[in-house]
Design a protein around this ligand. Structure first.
Ligand SMILES: [Zn+2]
Length: 415
């Protein structure tokens, strides 16, 4: 394996590449070029995604002081009347009886993102609209990017309302100054677009398949070096190796698009290839490796046998990694949901050791040495699974994992 070439690919896809955009397509084509240099054929598989746009978003405090705050509108959320929606402001600190009573017909300032898990708890109080915020109070206001957010159509069944997103500094100011009434104006339109997966097969001698996934899209303002340029180039490292070492089982490499928008690429892959699921014996997913600061983890959505196996194997080889059973919110989840044993590898940064989903996810926080070590470990594990006489992991989900997958479905649909 050639880490220099792998590192070069990481640099070549180092630009913001959000799901469904031209930049995502550009990254897909670069990956394909690198594969053809290895003599490997690949294909792009399109899938439809929502590409709503916001024409106008405005947030104004109207009482007891007047001030307009910088905001972005929630794509796909309900539009306000042209003159705006003016309501009392309630800080929805949590879903409880007291705040619930205040929340009716108010515009709620909410903690955290709007997800399939959080939104029902907000919507049941019948508010008129919502405000979310992002950033960190210790980061200078100008260093916080105002995140673009989506109100995915799957939320409509709980209630439709307008929503905007602001910076945490402004949310704090509104609370400190005692904002009582706010006006939201939102005008957006719905549209469809195309996102895509890149698929490359390295044919084995049997018709069984080990499917290896990593998303290559990033979120707004993020060039996604760590999340998940590193996983994307790990698949390329695998391609380098398996192109020269024919596996027993087919290795299918899938660079998933639009993961950041709710695992859309892996969901689309499964929806488009139902006939393949029988043949897939395992999913190896990579989402965030190679950081300078960090600790390695492997999260197995499977029976405990696989957890123990990786744990023992890593100990025997002297590779420090914490192995656990659980559901990792990434492209492994849709495969596990189909009872395919799945493992996600990551090197998780400690607090302060590197951010994701922002402009701070940069290549300078990554280490060529750790990336190389991570890829080598993942390749040898994958080779074991691809050459095993029989694939040892059972193709069934234990009850605790089934339960977690069912609970997590909301989280994965609206990340
Ligand atoms: Zn990721």
């Amino acid at each position: 394996m050639n880490i220099e070439k792998t590192w070069e690919l990481l640099n070549d896809i180092y630009f913001v590449r959000m799901g469904g955009t031209e930049e995502e397509l550009k990254a897909a084509r670069i990956i394909q070029d690198y594969l053809s240099e290895l003599g490997l054929e690949s294909r792009i598989e399109d899938f439809e995604v929502e590409m709503d746009t916001i024409e106008h978003a405005e947030l104004k405090v109207t009482k007891p002081y007047e001030k307009t705050y910088e905001c972005t509108g929630y794509k796909g959320a309900l539009n306000t009347p042209e003159e705006g929606l003016t309501k009392k402001l309630v800080y929805f600190e949590q879903d409880n009886a007291v705040i619930g009573k205040m929340a009716k017909d108010a515009i709620l300032l909410c903690n955290g993102y709007i997800t399939l898990r959080s939104f029902p708890k907000i919507a049941k109080h019948q508010p008129a609209g919502f405000i979310t915020y992002n950033g960190n109070i210790d980061t200078a206001r100008e260093d916080v990017d105002l995140g673009e957010r989506e109100f995915r159509s799957v939320l409509n069944k709980y209630g439709q309302m307008p929503g905007v997103n602001i910076k945490i500094h402004d949310a704090m100011e509104m609370l400190e100054l005692g904002a009582e009434e706010v006006q939201i104006k939102l005008k957006g339109s719905l549209a469809k677009g195309i996102s895509r997966n890149v698929v490359c097969d390295i044919p084995g001698k049997s018709d069984e398949v080990v499917i290896c996934t990593a998303h290559y899209d990033s979120s707004s303002f993020s060039k996604g070096a760590y999340d998940n340029g590193t996983g994307a180039v790990c698949l390329y490292g695998m391609a380098q190796y398996f192109a020269k070492h024919q596996p027993e089982r087919t290795i299918r490499l899938v660079w998933c698009g639009s993961e950041e928008r709710g695992l859309l690429g892996s969901h689309a892959y499964i929806a488009d290839h139902p006939e393949e699921l029988d043949k897939i014996v395992m999913n190896v997913n990579i989402d965030m490796i190679g950081s300078t600061m960090g600790k390695r983890i492997a999260v197995c959505t499977s029976e405990m046998g696989l957890v123990n196996y990786i744990d023992y194997d890593a100990k025997i080889k002297g590779f420090p990694i914490e192995v656990s059973q659980g559901v990792y919110s990434s492209d492994s989840t849709p495969f596990a949901d189909k009872n395919i044993p799945a493992v996600s590898f990551a090197r998780i940064t400690p607090p302060g050791g590197g951010e994701i989903h922002s402009r701070h996810d940069v290549i300078e926080h990554l280490s060529k040495r750790y990336l190389d070590e991570d890829i080598r470990y993942i390749v040898q594990f994958t080779e074991q699974m691809a050459t095993a006489y029989v694939c040892p992991a059972k193709k069934e989900m234990p009850e605790n994992m089934r339960k977690e997958l069912d609970n997590d479905r909301g989280k994965s649909e609206v990340k």
